[in-house]
Design a binder for this molecule. Structure first.
Ligand code: C2E
Ligand code: CA
Ligand code: CA
Length: 501
């Protein structure tokens, strides 16, 4: 997005690069693709052939792999296995439906087949993932993987439409990496490491990948029990008004303290939770906990906004907005005082599913903030349509702002754009007085960062909020909080600071 913004700061247009313009037009809803049934397999025994693409079935491919591995071993040679997956295929399915998605898979198989040649075994392993057996020595597998990835830089032709999907490829070799069926898993692991790095490239299997995978499985296994074992906690980091330096809001940040793994960062375990189907339970726990806390603070007279981070997976689930709406009503909370922080990349997915989720949040009337702004591909008209009130400048730009002209220009551009769209801007990761002063000078509305406060437990926020000099009246410090109700009611304060009062 940033490059787009910088190249076109006046129009501030930016491309949602994933989909080709014609496909993005959404003409698919009722056209022939929706009515079309998947084509039958071309020939051969049904179990040997993938129904959608006509390439080899997984069962047939695995049997062939065993044969070729044995043959290679007999002749003292080796084989290579390429595991390739589309980047952004989920968006195609979400946007255009599964019938069109099947057509994309067919076109993908055709392109792969054309590049590999008819003799090389090609298999659709699952979903948008394909495997190719390269029975040729000396780096032929890597040269082919490179050609495949490069070829997918060009949009796919699907009927009269064009769709831009990238390709990520992983390579594993026998006997170097392993023999037998594990080779497929290793090539897949190499591909996933490419995807984690942003996709559109190829990589050879590296034993370190396996170590990372093991760690991931440990995290997933332990995380499954973390809620029941009361290992999760929310901490809260204040957002500060740039002019008055008073607290306007707090952002809830998740902490996981495991007895042997120690404190695991959410940046590490949230992606694992998303991948292993745990994010729904964790996201619900965060939402429920934050609502309870917001209600406690409100009863005690501390009326700041409470923000939670909402993952893309939650946004794609219908129940999330419903649960949020119910929770706000049950606790008697004003929706506008509850913020959902949603990353720019999720906000800009602009699929039917996320559009619907944003519409539901808009109906409920919660405050919506676009997080990590500047790191994704923003589209100005999509941004205008979102029911968002706030942009959070990613902390990478704040960190670089003082010594990088480019980062400064980006911050300024975001501020200008936000002004045009009447959005408030929060800068995150403010660590120094110099950063604060520059952000205030540039017109940033709110600031968040270690300079003001680190994330704190709810109890610590309560202590911080109270006027230490007047313990007798036990009131909140109005000078510290933008909106407080003077609280001379010890029972209420006891709720904010357990163990006090
Ligand atoms: P985020 O939403 O961008 O949160 C800001 C991160 O920056 C937090 O890291 C915060 O502790 C850190 N931070 C705040 N001020 C400063 C500063 O001045 N300097 C530096 N270096 N860092 C600062 P944290 O808590 O480790 O969270 C990391 C990410 O994990 C969050 O990024 C968010 O994407 C995700 N996350 C945290 N809690 C949740 C949650 O409940 N649900 C979901 N879905 N994601 C969460
Ligand atoms: Ca956030
Ligand atoms: Ca952020």
């Amino acid at each position: 997005m940033l490059i787009d913004l910088l190249q076109d700061p006046a129009g501030l247009t930016a491309g949602l690069a994933m989909l080709g313009a014609s496909a993005a037009g959404g003409a698919w809803a009722s056209n022939r693709w929706q009515r079309r049934r998947a084509r039958p397999a071309r020939s051969a025994a049904p179990s040997d052939v993938d129904r959608i693409t006509g390439s080899m079935s997984r069962a047939r491919f695995e049997a062939l792999l065993v044969e070729r591995l044995a043959a290679a071993e007999r002749r003292g040679g080796g084989i290579g296995l390429i595991y390739a997956g589309l980047d952004g295929f989920r968006l195609v399915n979400d946007n255009h439906g599964h019938v069109f998605g099947d057509e994309v898979l067919r076109s993908t198989a055709e392109r792969l087949r054309a590049l590999c040649g008819p003799a090389m075994p090609l298999c659709r392993v699952a979903g948008d993932e394909f495997a190719i057996l390269v029975d040729a020595p000396g780096g032929a597998d890597e040269a082919l993987a490179r050609r495949l990835v490069e070829a997918f830089a060009d949009a796919l032709k699907v009927g009269s439409q064009s769709v831009s999907v990238g390709l990520s490829a992983g390579i594993a070799r026998a006997p170097e990496h392993s023999g037998g069926a594990r080779l497929l898993g290793k090539a897949a692991a190499a591909m996933r490491s490419v995807k984690r790095g942003g996709g559109g490239a190829h990589a050879l299997f590296d034993p370190q990948i396996e170590a990372q995978q093991r760690e991931e499985f440990t995290i997933a296994r332990e995380l499954r029990q973390a809620i029941d074992k009361h290992e999760l906690e929310l901490v809260y980091q204040p957002k500060i008004d740039a002019q008055s330096l008073q607290v306007t809001a707090v952002e809830a940040l998740l902490r996981w303290r495991h007895p042997t793994l120690g404190a695991v960062s959410p940046a590490r375990f949230i992606p694992v939770a998303e991948k292993h189907g745990l994010i729904k339970a964790i996201g619900n726990w965060v939402l429920d906990r934050a609502l309870v806390q917001a209600a406690e603070w409100r009863r005690a007279g501390l009326r700041m906004r409470v923000a939670i981070n909402v993952s893309g997976y939650q946004m794609r689930q219908d129940e999330f907005a419903a649960r949020l709406g119910r929770g706000l009503r049950a606790h008697g909370l004003t929706p506008g005082r509850f913020t959902c922080e949603i990353t720019e990349s999720v906000a800009m997915e602009d699929t039917a599913v996320t559009r619907n989720a944003f519409a539901r949040l808009g109906e409920i009337g919660v405050h919506v903030s676009i997080d990590d702004f500047g790191t994704g591909h923003s589209n100005l008209s999509a941004l205008r349509r979102l029911p968002a009130e706030e942009l959070k400048i990613d902390r990478a730009f704040v960190a670089d702002m003082l010594h990088s002209e480019e980062a400064r220009t980006i911050v300024l551009t975001i501020l200008q754009m936000a002004r045009a769209l009447k959005l408030r801007v929060v800068a995150e990761g403010v660590e120094t007085v110099a950063q604060r002063d520059l952000l205030v000078m540039l017109g940033c509305d709110e600031l968040q960062g270690y300079l003001f406060a680190r994330p704190m437990s709810a109890r610590a926020i309560g202590i911080w909020a109270c006027d230490a000099s007047s313990t007798l009246t036990q009131s909140f410090r109005p000078s510290l909080f933008k909106e407080t109700v003077a609280c001379h009611d010890p029972p209420a304060l006891r709720q904010v600071i357990p163990g006090r009062g």
